[in-house]
Design a protein around this ligand. Structure first.
Ligand code: MRU
Length: 350
């Protein structure tokens, strides 16, 4: 199944908290539960969060008992506020919710049921578009991958982070499907281990050769010439090409530049926030301490009780460390303030 889908009034999603141990599908009929599932990371990854929020809006439209347009729009705006609060960094969440609100306010929709139907149809279209967009990005990105390349990857950007196929991992997947012999260094991605739990699980199923590494090992593999290219995703990319992505990405990009290794975020245009001039304007989510100190080793806690913990979920990589940004409309190269704008507004790429 897809990572998230609509099934006859139920929003179904793979519960990613349980992978790779247990494959379980969670189903929700209340948009507030969809918001909670995003917050608690049943579903994660910017494009997947966007699709879940769109289906959440479709649920909200069904749940509303409104009998006139104005009342339904009021209920939808309230639902949008709840969904928007689920996670702050991934701009796809806000983009998807706003898109559903725009559909709902189309004055040519005559009845409340027309609005309900239109939101569901557009949420479904958004999910379908996500898969098509990923394949277009993958085609642009795979052209950069040579036979024999070893790719460094952070977090999870695969089918699980999207509706299907993946962004950075979609590029890896397409290069593999093209018959290129490739290898992936998979950062485990502390603290939530999206690399170890999810990316390793996906690559294993795809039959793609990989080595799981501790995040701290990435610099060693780069300095010793074992990495040809770094591919990562993004939760929000600013108009100047600064890239917010999973915590640890910044460190990778700096080390990549120091070692002359190309560093490419793979970013659907829905993740580019042209209203955000630089990365300094991107809100960075701070998550709970239990994600960092909640692990045990041989049944023992990994840190003394009561320690102070910092847990930013994302960091910003300044554009000067970014070689190019792979989008569905082509690859943006510096100066990003010009090239990104052109690709996002659909004027074609190079
Ligand atoms: O906290 P997560 O797991 O939602 O973070 C996910 C990432 O950082 C991904 O790299 C990003 O969303 C792009 S996924 C296609």
């Amino acid at each position: 199944m897809r990572t998230v889908e609509w099934d006859n009034g139920v929003v179904k999603m793979i519960d990613q908290r349980l992978l790779p141990g247990v494959f379980e599908i969670a189903g929700f009929t209340d948009y507030r539960d969809v918001a909670r599932a995003i917050k608690e990371m049943y579903i994660r990854g910017a494009p997947a969060i966007g699709a879940a929020a769109a289906f959440g809006m479709a649920l909200a439209a069904r749940q509303s008992e409104a009998t006139d347009r104005a009342a339904l729009l009021r209920d939808l705006k309230a639902a949008a506020d709840v969904l928007r609060q689920a996670r702050p960094t991934a701009v796809n969440l806000f983009w998807a919710v706003d898109r559903m609100l725009r559909v709902a306010s189309n004055e040519s929709l005559a009845t409340v049921d027309d609005i309900r139907d239109a939101i569901l149809a557009d949420a479904q279209a958004l999910a379908d578009e996500d898969v098509a967009i990923n394949k277009r990005m993958a085609a642009h990105g795979a052209a950069l991958i040579r036979d024999g390349d070893s790719i460094l990857h952070h977090c999870n950007t695969g089918a699980l982070a999207t509706v299907d196929y993946g962004t950075a991992l979609g590029v890896v997947r397409m290069a593999h499907e093209q018959g290129k012999k490739i290898h992936v260094f998979v950062d485990e991605t502390r603290p939530r281990l999206q690399g170890a739990r999810l990316t390793a699980w996906e690559l294993q199923q795809l039959g793609i050769d990989f080595t799981l590494i501790a995040d701290n090992a990435a610099g060693h593999y780069m300095r010793t010439g074992q990495v040809a290219i770094c591919l990562v995703g993004s939760d929000r990319t600013a108009a100047n090409g600064d890239v917010a992505n999973k915590i640890g990405t910044y460190k990778l990009a700096v080390v990549a530049k120091e070692n002359g290794i190309p560093f490419y975020p793979v970013v659907p245009t829905s993740t580019v926030d042209l209203n955000c001039p630089t990365g300094d304007h991107i809100p960075i989510e701070e998550r709970g301490p239990e994600e960092v100190v909640g692990l045990t080793r041989d049944g023992m806690p990994i840190a003394p009780e009561g320690v102070k913990v910092g847990n930013p979920a994302f960091d910003v990589t300044p554009a000067k460390y970014v070689t190019g940004i792979i989008t569905e409309n082509g690859i943006a190269y510096p100066p990003f303030d010009v090239s990104l704008r052109r690709l996002v507004l659909g004027e074609g790429g190079r």
